[in-house]
Design a protein around this ligand. Structure first.
Ligand code: NAG
Ligand code: NAG
Ligand code: NAG
Ligand code: NAG
Ligand code: NAG
Ligand code: NAG
Ligand code: NAG
Length: 510
């Protein structure tokens, strides 16, 4: 595997892509994927991955910060100023490290900048040394390494919804479950079974035979891809045909889980990201703070964004493919020289090679050259989820600690009951059985030889009482449900999640 260690100059070749030379760039929002890593789950960003993200940072440095770039963001200083950059990443090692590598390219050490352009020393106050009171002069460490501030987001913090809106989202999980139950899925799982099993010799030691099926399409691809990059013996053993088939099946699987045109819960991560993009770009436009935003996340959000914005419908072949490591999508805020109307355009860069161009695509079926910011605002209002409450509601997530304070009482109560009902349903299938169990526990049925009495006799009176409380709550729930006859009670999705952890791989860390 070859990777490029492109210089600022090499990246500058791609500057002009997708833009008229006389546009004024007012700001940008970048959403990037992490770099090359070991097989999931891992905390290791590889050396290759670090190079990839460094290159990506250099690419955007050359576009948005370099004084010689015609696409330099208006007012953005060459050196780092906290108010000019808004950066966020989930608190996960690979994504965080990827973002630091990106920043090393975006804001390189000051010493390397000094040589780049004579203009810099005139426009920027660069302090590479300082004099202390006792007369000692100190040079900046590490060639003037720039320290970038980024917000790390815990997965139970409210801000987690902007980058990873599909994580811990019961509605998204329920959609995945529906996919696993769909005839499309079942047919593919059956027709590809022999193929997956035939890989067992190749992946022996890494993946067990029981995992070799379409339900684990992402994990199988991930294992094969990582080893094809890092293990020469393995790379020589896998045929191109097998690799491509594993990749194709994974593409299909990932796209189906992250975009279903008849199920908006599948693109929930894009709906929140779109709101974050809007919030930041609006602040860029109105307050000129920040001028650049950089969020780093994972591949599922890309698929969801391509789905939500109509790109998958328009070109399923291209946008149904897993994006490469270090891929980035950008919303660029600009105005043309002919009028002062602020506009937004969408660009995508599928990786970090010097040959990977930042290419404009039309989102929401709009003009590829860009749309007025006010039209963008309308699209956001139609398609985005704007706040935590909206997310909690769309996800049916009122039980989560971050949603509880916002929960309308009724929803919270209904979900609590649904939850109790689910706990019951593993042991009690119907209301007849429920009544029988109640009689057992209360000792009112002579025919009962097991159940509550036995429990109590064994000293489990406390347990019996607890079960009785659950049963009564369950009975109340069943009655209420009949009375309300809403038929809209949400399934206890968090409990039905399949045991196989690979099935949730689209929303685990990276
Ligand atoms: C930022 O750049 C502008 C010119 O683009 C310059 O006037 C200003 O002094 C710079 N700010 C700092 C803190 O270097
Ligand atoms: C001056 O102060 C710095 C920082 O406290 C210290 O490291 C250095 O040794 C001092 N130099 C002298 C000459 O005292
Ligand atoms: C898409 O969603 C619809 C509605 O929930 C569902 O019936 C269908 O099976 C889903 N299709 C796939 C491929 O997941
Ligand atoms: C996929 O097919 C395999 C083999 O028939 C089966 O064991 C597995 O349960 C299926 N997975 C799902 C999610 O249906
Ligand atoms: C590389 O792949 C070969 C073939 O699958 C395997 O036997 C070997 O253990 C792998 N080496 C490492 C370091 O994982
Ligand atoms: C746009 O940004 C400005 C300045 O930060 C803010 O006052 C305004 O409320 C924002 N508008 C929206 C719709 O968020
Ligand atoms: C990105 O590259 C991958 C791998 O080549 C491909 O499958 C996918 O379709 C590409 N996506 C886009 C949007 O170009």
């Amino acid at each position: 595997m070859k990777f490029s260690t492109s210089t600022l100059t090499a990246a500058a070749v791609l500057l002009a892509s997708g833009s008229a030379a006389d546009d004024t760039i007012l700001g940008a929002f970048i959403f990037g994927r992490h770099g090359d890593r070991l097989t999931k789950p891992t905390t290791t960003l590889t050396t290759l991955g670090a190079h990839q993200l460094l290159n990506s940072g250099q690419f955007y440095h050359a576009r948005y910060l370099d004084p010689e770039s015609s696409l330099r963001i208006d007012g953005l200083n060459l050196t780092y100023h906290e108010s000019q950059l808004s950066a966020q990443a989930p608190n996960g090692a690979v994504i965080q490290m990827s973002q630091w590598a990106f920043f090393q390219g975006l804001y390189p050490p000051l010493n390397t900048l000094k040589g780049l352009s004579a203009e810099i020393s005139e426009t920027e106050v660069i302090s590479l040394s300082e004099s202390l009171a006792n007369g000692t002069d100190l040079d900046a460490p590490l060639e003037g390494y720039q320290y970038i501030v980024s917000q790390g987001v815990d997965d139970d913090a409210p801000d987690t919804i902007w980058i990873k809106g599909d994580e811990n989202c019961p509605s998204f999980d329920a959609s995945s479950q529906r996919y696993y139950q769909s005839s499309e899925f079942k047919a593919l799982n059956a027709s590809t079974y022999d193929f997956y099993q035939s890989l067992s010799g190749l992946v022996a030691g890494g993946l067990s035979k029981s995992k070799l099926n379409y339900a684990n399409a992402y994990s199988v691809f991930d294992y094969i891809n990582v080893n094809a990059i890092h293990n020469g013996t393995f790379a020589a053993l896998i045929s191109d045909d097998d690799f491509n088939r594993v990749k194709w099946l994974q593409d299909r699987y990932t796209t189906d889980l992250n975009y279903n045109a008849s199920d908006s819960a599948t693109v929930i991560g894009a709906k929140t990201l779109l709101a974050a993009m809007y919030t930041n770009l609006n602040a860029t436009l109105v307050a000129r703070k920040p001028l650049l935003s950089m969020f780093t996340g994972s591949y599922d959000t890309f698929s969801q964004f391509f789905g939500l914005t109509g790109l998958i419908d328009q070109d399923p072949q291209t946008f149904g493919g897993l994006v490469n490591y270090g891929a980035s999508l950008v919303l660029e805020l600009f105005k043309t020289d002919s009028d002062s109307t602020p506009r937004v355009r969408f660009l995508f860069r599928n990786g970090t090679e010097t040959t990977d161009a930042l290419t404009p695509y039309p989102i929401f079926g709009q003009d590829v050259a860009g749309i007025k910011f006010t039209d963008f605002e309308d699209l956001v209002n139609e398609n985005a989820i704007h706040d935590l409450q909206g997310w909690c509601s769309a996800c049916g997530a009122w039980k989560l600690d971050l949603c509880k304070p916002l929960a309308p009482t009724y929803e919270a109560f209904e979900e609590l009951l649904a939850d109790k009902n689910a706990e019951l349903s593993s042991t009690v299938a119907s209301s007849d059985e429920l009544a029988q169990s109640l009689r057992n526990i209360l000792g009112t049925d002579a025919s009962s030889s097991s159940g509550g009495l036995t429990l109590a006799g064994a000293g489990g009176i406390g347990a019996g009482v607890t079960i009785a409380v659950f049963l009564i709550a369950g009975a109340v729930f069943l009655v209420c449900r009949k009375l309300l006859a809403t038929g809209a009670t949400k399934p206890p999705v968090t409990k039905t999640k399949m045991e196989n952890d690979d099935l949730s791989s689209t929303q685990s860390t990276v």
